[in-house]
Design a protein around this ligand. Structure first.
Ligand code: ADP
Length: 182
């Protein structure tokens, strides 16, 4: 499913983020940057050891990546040239700055992409796996943050890659609410 918003093509895809040919894909990493399960594990497996080596250099220099922040590596063996690693919040009850931190994760990923002249990017559904963020709420934050960013900054294409049909359908519903006038 895709539509145009301003100068940006927005796509919802049910599939695997490691197969996407956007210039960058976003990894839902953890603060250590040393890899993990879920989408993080899939990206490191498909991208090969070079990505982890670069993550280790960043970790040695900056101590990792704080929640809501983002760092960039090359894409190793992936079709994408870059991986932007961001860290979403762990869901507790919604009263521990989870919405602000999830907003920051999307926004700082987009800012880092823009700074590196990247204008096509794929996002996974950050924090909605083992980090437990309710996906209805998370999808609204993801889409609103992207909408606000492209209102202010040129971006060619933004994809949301949803692993399951259920997640895809939730995003589809949120897209209709948030972008309904388009
Ligand atoms: P988090 O720690 O941010 O919750 P997870 O990796 O556990 O990260 O889950 C984030 C989302 O990524 C989940 O919706 C999960 O189904 C999805 N996911 C897992 N593997 C992939 C993949 N290869 N491509 C796209 N999404 C994936």
């Amino acid at each position: 499913m895709e539509f145009i918003y301003g100068a940006t093509t927005i796509k919802l895809v049910q599939g695997d983020i490691t197969k996407q040919n956007t210039t960058a894909i976003v990894n839902s990493a953890n603060s250590t940057l040393l890899g993990g399960g879920g989408v993080d594990g899939a990206i490191h497996r498909a991208g090969g050891p070079k990505i982890l080596e670069e993550c280790k250099v960043i970790r040695a220099r900056y101590g990792g990546c704080d929640v809501g922040e983002a760092v960039i590596t090359t894409g190793g063996n992936l079709p994408s040239n870059y991986v932007i690693h961001t860290v979403g919040p762990i869901w507790k009850d919604g009263k521990h700055k989870e919405p602000e931190l999830l907003t920051n994760a999307y926004r700082n990923s987009l800012k880092l992409a823009h700074k590196n002249n990247i204008d096509t990017i794929s996002f996974p559904s950050i924090s909605t796996g083992v980090y437990g963020y309710p996906i209805e709420k998370a999808s609204i934050i993801a889409l609103n943050t992207v909408k606000k960013f492209i209102d202010e900054t040129d971006f060619k294409e933004i994809r949301f890659i949803l692993f399951s049909k259920k997640d895809f359908d939730i995003y589809l519903k949120s897209v209709k609410e948030i972008f309904k006038s388009h």
